[in-house]
Design a protein around this ligand. Structure first.
Ligand code: AMP
Ligand code: MG
Length: 403
């Protein structure tokens, strides 16, 4: 039960226990960041007809082998209008970008390569190959082709594609509702003046912001005092959410009541310790469908553990086929020697140096040193005893960019 597990083992448990959440239909205007339950397919050919890619003249390339050539303009087709005339030898149709190419034409000459040649006539100044500036029907995606896969967060481009294929209200996984709880007799809210022995509650606000940075709504429940009954009462309130995240009170001190209160409330504990610094006493449990995280109270631990662990559970709930935190490899700007006997996540900036991006580990005094994390771009993972040479490629966990 109190086994120290690896980061990978924690991910495995989180994915297994979190399972995808409920399904819902969302309007496209609210679909950002959701994942589709089913892949989306093209409902018709894309483009749906042979389409002009340029403003100009639809014509027969064979008419224009020896320019200059003058053709009769038989029609003008603006976007949204269908052609009514076939283009015959010696003829052309004035056409706008995106409009259907008329039958008979096999190329579109850009307007810039033509000159007006009197009433309903155009002069072509250059030769042209067949198929120039025509997007053939179905050449992007044929009808029935997959356009957006299930299990990937919907980005603006994907939402545009869903609109194009007529999925006005796609079926997605509902985003989980979070509840955030602070704990500790030493805490006051940010607007209050702390007594000399008190500190301000920072965790709840950074967690609300992390949730918001991932497009998730979280409700703030306040600060639970270090008292077993009050802790239990406030945790019970949080268990009404889909995912409850509390911070503090999960170590082994006399005043650490969160772990025992969760057990009393019938939460099944799935792990309680991870081989990671900061963030070792990270608790994860489940009661029915509700997931519970007891993150360590130290602010950098809470920052790291939301990103590394809570997010994986949330993304699994949201149907992500790859719910793990994103990882990238970057060369390290300066050499770095591991400290201690746990896997460490070092706060780092990703900096541009001589035209290349490097990870630079910032000066950091430990899990309480949140100010070191101002302006960081992510974390670098280092195994105990490992030495990183300058320029060595290291594994980085980028934080989401905001704004
Ligand atoms: P705990 O896990 O409750 O022993 O807390 C570990 C450390 O984190 C202590 O120094 C606490 O004062 C601090 N801490 C706990 N909760 C918060 C919070 N919400 N905001 C800032 N610091 C906190
Ligand atoms: Mg505490």
């Amino acid at each position: 039960m109190s086994k120290l597990i690896s980061i990978e083992e924690a991910w495995g448990i989180l994915v297994r226990e979190s399972g995808p959440g409920d399904r819902a239909r969302v309007h496209l205007a609210d679909a950002l960041g959701h994942t589709l339950v089913h892949e989306a397919r093209a409902d018709r050919d894309f483009p749906p007809f042979d389409q002009a890619r340029m403003d100009g003249f639809a014509l027969r390339a064979a008419d224009c082998v020896h320019p200059p050539v003058t053709l009769d303009v038989v029609e003008e087709i603006t976007a949204g209008r269908a052609p009514t005339r076939t283009v015959g030898p010696g003829q052309a149709t004035r056409i706008m970008t995106g409009a259907p190419v008329p039958a008979g034409a096999d190329a579109v000459m850009m307007i810039e390569q033509t000159s007006p040649a009197g009433e309903k006539k155009v002069e072509l100044r250059v030769a042209i190959e067949p198929e120039t500036h025509i997007a053939r029907r179905g050449s992007d995606v044929p009808a029935g082709g997959v356009v957006v896969e299930a299990g990937r967060p919907l980005s603006p481009a994907e939402i545009g594609v869903l609109a194009a294929v007529g999925q006005a209200e796609p079926e997605v996984y509902r985003k989980p509702r979070l509840a955030i709880l602070g704990s500790g007799d030493e805490l006051v809210e940010p607007g209050a003046q702390p007594a000399p022995s008190q500190i301000r509650n920072s965790n709840s606000y950074q967690l609300l912001a992390q949730a918001a940075a991932h497009g998730l709504h979280a409700e703030y429940l306040g600060i639970a005092p270090d008292d077993p009954q009050a802790t239990r009462r406030m945790l019970e309130q949080g268990l009404a959410a889909d995912v409850l995240i509390s911070t503090g009170g999960v170590s082994v001190g006399d005043k650490d009541h969160v772990g025992s209160a969760l057990k009393d409330l019938g939460v099944e504990m799935l792990f309680t310790k991870i081989d990671i610094k900061p963030g070792k006493p990270t608790v994860f449990g489940r009661r029915g469908r509700t997931l519970v995280f007891g993150l360590p109270g130290n602010p950098v631990s809470a920052l790291v553990c939301f990103h590394l662990f809570a997010l994986t559970a949330l993304r699994t709930r949201m149907g992500y086929s790859d719910p793990l935190p994103r990882r990238i490899a970057l060369p390290l700007l300066d050499p770095h020697r591991a400290k201690g006997d746990r896997v460490t996540l070092w706060p780092a900036k990703f900096v541009l140096h001589q035209g290349q991006t490097f990870a630079r580990i910032v000066e950091w005094h430990g899990s309480g040193h949140l100010t070191a994390c101002v302006g960081i771009d992510g974390f670098v993972r280092q195994a105990p005893g490992q030495h990183f040479a300058q320029g060595q490629s290291v594994e980085c966990f980028p934080l989401p960019s905001v704004g």
